[in-house]
Design a protein around this ligand. Structure first.
Ligand SMILES: [Zn+2]
Length: 89
């Protein structure tokens, strides 16, 4: 009698894989809902994410305060223009 291999669908890549492809975790049935390759990928992704977090934060800050940034930029540009025209005239 052949033992039926238990399978489980990875909730990330939606592929039916044998339980041996899943790491044991703290989930209800004792296995992660993501297969090993997906977990590896997400680990790599989060690593890269962490690496570029400083830049991400900066970009997010700039996005949030983009109006302020733009305003300051315009004011500065105007001031500069004033100076330039004064020097010229
Ligand atoms: Zn997967």
């Amino acid at each position: 009698m052949t033992k039926t291999l238990e399978r489980r669908m990875c909730s990330k890549c939606k592929v039916l894989k044998p339980l041996t492809d899943f790491n044991k975790g703290r989930c209800v049935d004792g296995f992660h809902s993501y297969c090993r390759s997906c977990i590896n990928m997400s680990c790599k992704k989060s690593y890269h994410k962490r690496k570029g977090e400083g830049r991400e934060k900066f970009l997010e800050y700039r996005r949030l305060h983009s109006n302020k940034y733009r305003k300051n930029h315009i004011v500065r540009a105007r001031e500069l223009a004033k100076h330039i025209t004064r020097e010229e005239g």
